[in-house]
Design a protein around this ligand. Structure first.
Ligand code: GAP
Length: 580
């Protein structure tokens, strides 16, 4: 970088420039204005250079694994795969570097970090809480609000301990705690894995430390002798079953129907790990879908043309690779046993794709007979290709009428309902789509994280519906009339969207700051805005800009966020620079 002096109308002005390569030419590009005094200009230039170095170091630290991977790929790949690697969204990011990024930007922190944190507990920062709320809101809208056959509830975290006796969680929700004899890695395995599996870190033998139940216990009641031992719920599902009859009657639901819930769950995991992936406190989004035995799925056509990698028990046992299949066909061929299972898997996959997830990173895997939960007849998992490997994102268990029968037996209350012919039936849960909010959070972060070489910054390409901040409002200069106009726009947009006001730093810096946290639109108030009462909107992903009237701004923002209109069609396209 170097200082350039310019003489305009006899006065001297200093600028900081740097040489940049544009195609085959090297050009001098202006970085900052340094003022009219030579000594002050030199001081300012030094400060700017130091700041830029620090920022570059930070970025390269966050992207190190990604950049290393990129160089590895560069050696023997064709131009096409090279372009894909550069353009692909964050596959080179590790779970630890994502955790770092989340902490730096205000998404997620280790809980109570000033005291050293507590394993398996996380706090969501000012951006994390917005993203998490948006995920939950979109899930609720898609699964409850937009359907006739669903109702939602919000059960309590602590309930009668009898619920957990009836559900089988007290007696059967057990794992075996093991320690690796070689590397001392502590983990949990299923009962059936004892003596069969080796340590995933070093291949060493496991030593059993006995059975443990991951339910957290607590005392209800202030006087110890009179208090009752209760549990923090390990799944949200059980209150759906316990409240089943009330909800069915109150919401006047007719079979087939579903009851859904979003809420906190707790499991005293022996080794919480991989950032949010396995925590001790997490949130679940669960549906119990009830049918009368033998009822056909009227929505099965929706599974047609939905292609996903399928990995059933037979493929796993015979060492075959997963196969790309149409979900409808997979049901027709008997690979997926029920039409309901095929339908719900298709629906959940569709939900992820509608919010911008990358279909290449998903597959479904059937649970082998010896790994199913105590309540399950058949279970499939929707798995995601995390940097640490394929892992469960969402479970789809067929729980039959296990839970309702158990609650009927333990509570001595009749759990049957009338079918459309007036006959009493105990419904079956043919499918239970159950997912951790934090795992969905990770998927959207991984699939949207992108390092843009030309911009020199991270761009978090979150779907606008999920983005924590929908728009950032910039006055181009800090003069009162620009500030006043910006604040008026802010006050108006704020009533409907989470928007921020940003007046510090160059426009370029403000763009990159917002790219990094996934803000889809930046609204700039410039000289023309004062005269023409319009603004520019800049699109995060393409950097294209349009001009729109302030009076139309809110409605245009609404349409853009809801993907009802294409950006280029939402206003008058601004020609910002012509590339030669
Ligand atoms: N009601 C069924 C049930 O709870 P599960 O497979 O034990 O089934 C469902 O859990 C989902 O909850 C998982 O697919 C995962 O997304 C999430 N989940 C489970 N344990 C978790 C943990 N320790 N940390 C984060 N998410 C977890």
């Amino acid at each position: 970088m170097y200082i350039v002096k310019k003489k305009i109308s006899g006065k001297e002005y200093y600028y900081l420039n740097k040489s940049v390569r544009e195609g085959s030419k090297v050009k001098s590009k202006n970085i900052a204005y340094l003022g009219k005094n030579k000594e002050e200009a030199e001081k300012k230039a030094k400060g700017i250079e130091e700041k830029m170095k620090k920022t570059e170091q930070k970025i390269s630290k966050i992207n190190k694994p990604k950049i290393e991977q990129k160089h590895m790929n560069e050696k023997n790949t064709s131009k096409e795969t090279e372009a894909k690697n550069l353009g692909s969204l964050g596959k080179e990011l590790t779970i630890d570097s994502l955790a770092n990024f989340c902490k730096k930007k205000g998404f997620v922190y280790p809980s109570g970090e000033i005291y050293g944190g507590l394993g398996g507990f996380w706090d969501f920062g000012h951006l994390g809480v917005e993203l998490k709320n948006n995920i939950k809101r979109e899930w609720w809208k898609f699964h409850i609000q937009e359907r006739d056959d669903m109702a939602g509830i919000d059960g309590s975290i602590i309930t009668s301990p009898k619920v957990w006796e009836a559900s089988g969680h007290v007696s059967s929700f057990v794992d075996i705690a093991v320690v690796c004899k070689k590397c001392k890695n502590k983990t949990k395995i299923d009962k059936h894995e004892l003596g069969k599996v080796k340590c995933e870190k070093c291949g060493g033998e496991f030593q059993s430390k006995g059975e443990f139940n991951p339910m957290f216990t607590t005392q209800v009641g202030p006087i110890k002798e009179d208090s009752v031992q209760a549990y923090l719920r390990p799944e949200t599902a059980q209150l759906i079953f316990a409240d089943f009859k009330l909800v069915q009657e109150n919401a006047r639901l007719q079979l087939p129907f579903g009851i859904a819930q979003i809420g906190k769950s707790f499991r005293n995991e022996i080794s919480p790990r991989e950032f949010l992936f396995r925590s001790r406190e997490f949130e679940q989004m669960e549906i119990e879908y009830f049918i009368e035995e033998g009822m056909k799925c009227p929505y099965i056509e929706e599974a047609k043309e939905v292609h996903i990698l399928v990995y059933d028990e037979e493929m796993q046992k015979s060492g075959k690779e997963p196969e790309l299949m149409d979900l409808y066909e997979a049901w027709k061929k008997g690979i997926i046993k029920t039409d309901w299972h095929a339908y719900w898997i298709a629906k959940e996959f569709e939900w992820f794709l509608s919010l911008g997830a990358n279909s290449d990173n998903f597959r479904i895997r059937q649970h082998c007979s010896d790994e199913k939960s105590h309540y399950a007849v058949d279970t499939w998992d929707l798995e995601y290709k995390f940097p640490m490997g394929w892992r469960e994102l969402q479970g789809f268990a067929n729980r039959s009428n296990y839970d309702l029968s158990q609650h009927q037996k333990y509570s001595k209350q009749n759990m049957e309902i009338l079918n459309k012919d007036g006959k009493k039936v105990l419904p079956n849960v043919v499918c239970e789509p159950s997912m951790g909010v934090e795992r969905a959070f990770l998927v959207f972060m991984f699939d949207s994280y992108y390092y843009d070489e030309s911009r020199g910054n991270i761009v978090l390409k979150l779907n606008p519906k999920l983005a924590p901040v929908k728009a950032a409002i910039f006055p181009i200069v800090k003069q009162p009339e620009y500030i006043q106009m910006s604040e008026e726009i802010l006050r108006d947009l704020r009533k409907d969207f989470n928007v921020v006001y940003d007046k510090s730093g160059s426009i370029g810096r403000r763009y990159s700051r917002n790219d990094e946290i996934g803000t889809p639109y930046c609204i700039t108030i410039d000289e023309k805005s004062l005269k023409k009462k319009d603004v520019t909107i800049r699109d995060r992903d393409t950097t294209l800009q349009i001009r729109v009237k302030i009076s139309d701004l809110k409605e245009i923002m609404r349409k853009l966020i809801n993907e009802e209109i294409k950006f280029e069609k939402a206003g008058k396209l601004v020609v910002t620079r012509v590339k030669k």
